[in-house]
Design a protein around this ligand. Structure first.
Ligand SMILES: NC(=O)C1=CN([C@@H]2O[C@H](COP(=O)(O)OP(=O)(O)OC[C@H]3O[C@@H](n4cnc5c(N)ncnc54)[C@H](OP(=O)(O)O)[C@@H]3O)[C@@H](O)[C@H]2O)C=CC1
Ligand SMILES: N[C@@H](CC=O)C(=O)O
Ligand code: NA
Length: 369
């Protein structure tokens, strides 16, 4: 008897950086572990190169990054990519592993064509409220799915937890914590609870955070608080607050005034050591009170207040005691009362972020295949 042929789902990937490479390796394992549905890579691109064929022939996952690096095909313009993926005849999932606003702005086009989207990119869900509405309206129209767990807390179950709380009828009153893997790592190593002598230079730690793959492509997007503001915008919207944008509430920036107009991220990193004294002063002021300083955010749902910035903590506080790139996110709700539901763990890094993307892909597959 002939074996039943496996169902097929096409996968298109944009972005093959730190997260993208880890995702590719998880996808390769997934495809070999689970033959049904058959996962077929039909398009992959970085910002300058792409691999695809007009007849949607499968691109082998083994060695795909080298093949992409050697390719002479430029990426398809986004509206053409929508047409290319929309005419394959198979269900398709777009995996956006970039931090591109242009790609994010095109999600409604992909979703309207029935192409599902999974992504760690925060831009689509934290830019204008209109884009947020357009994305979910397009998904509702076509039945395509959209998942973005890694846009907050990397692979930690932050978005799924919040959705579960809301969808089961709990009332979320407050969300607070440490939402940046980069800033957690920076403060945990620059201002450890063990005291000033153990701390390293701020600018050197910023470089290390970039090398470890924790920062945004441009680390200024972490230091200016915008990355955390984007995450809070996403969570506030999911909790029912129609926050207009990540710049519509107070956000404290750690970029020295003198470096605000520096041209590139690299030039910024080169000039940052001259301003280490500013961060030393902030650390010393907290130490005088026997405290440590940490970068936190909060959403007060009742008063509709969202804020992002530095706060001082007693050394015994759970936020002061975080390690590495850990995030800690506390959900205060009617059901949980005064003891919040807490999610804690690594909040940045290629593998843990890709895990959130891969698990989102599995959720989509379970619904479309
Ligand atoms: N790193 C982390 O710990 C976490 C990251 N994220 C999010 O994951 C995403 C990826 O982060 P990360 O991998 O660290 O970033 P990288 O800078 O390492 O990689 C980004 C990739 O996107 C590509 N790219 C950028 N713009 C475009 C475009 N317009 N079209 C096609 N490709 C493009 C880049 O191409 P090229 O190589 O040609 O420049 C690169 O391959 C970001 O949205 C980030 O916010 C979320 C949670 C944690
Ligand atoms: N740059 C971000 C990456 C994850 O969202 C961070 O440091 O948290
Ligand atoms: Na997450």
């Amino acid at each position: 008897m002939a074996a039943a042929s496996a169902r097929q789902v096409n996968i298109a990937i944009i972005g093959v950086g730190g997260v993208g490479k880890c995702f590719l390796s998880q996808l390769e394992q997934l495809a070999s572990r689970r033959p049904d549905p058959k996962l077929v890579l039909t398009y992959i691109s970085s910002s300058k190169k792409a691999l695809y064929s007009t007849d949607h022939v499968a691109i082998p996952l083994a060695g795909v990054t080298s093949a992409l690096a050697a390719s002479e095909q430029p990426p398809l313009p986004l509206p053409k990519l929508v047409d290319f993926l929309g005419t394959s005849g198979s269900k398709t999932v777009l995996v956006d592993n970039t931090s591109s606003q242009d790609v994010a702005d095109a999600y409604p086009l992909f979703l309207d064509r029935g192409i599902s989207v999974v992504t760690p990119n925060k831009k689509a869900f934290s830019s204008s409220y209109k884009l947020w509405q357009d994305i979910f309206a397009a998904a509702a129209r076509s039945g395509a799915k959209v998942y973005h767990e890694s846009s907050v807390g990397a692979g930690l179950p932050v978005i799924s937890t919040l959705k579960d709380l809301v969808e089961t009828g709990d009332e979320v009153t407050k969300i607070e914590g440490v939402f940046s893997g980069t800033l957690s790592f920076l403060f945990n190593s620059f201002a450890p609870v063990s005291g000033g002598a153990g701390g390293n230079k701020w600018s050197a730690e910023v470089r290390r955070a970039k090398e470890l793959g924790y920062t945004e492509p441009d680390p200024r997007d972490d230091l200016n608080g915008l990355d955390v503001a984007r995450k809070l915008t996403i969570l506030a919207r999911l909790a029912g607050l129609p926050v207009e944008s990540p710049t519509s509430f107070p956000v404290q920036s750690l970029i020295p005034k003198e470096l605000e107009s520096v041209g590139s991220g690299d030039e910024f990193l080169d000039k940052l050591p001259a301003f280490d004294g500013q961060m030393e002063d902030i650390k010393a002021e907290a130490e005088k009170e026997g405290k440590v300083v940490r970068f936190v955010g909060s959403i007060d749902v009742a008063t509709k207040q969202v804020k992002v910035g530095l706060e001082k903590f007693d050394k015994s506080h759970p936020i002061a005691a975080l390690k590495g790139s850990d995030n800690i996110i506390s959900f205060y709700t009617k059901r949980y009362g005064s003891n919040p539901l807490i999610v804690q763990g690594a909040g940045a890094g290629g593998d843990v972020t890709a895990m959130g993307v891969t698990s989102d892909l599995l959720k989509v597959l379970s619904q479309i295949a």
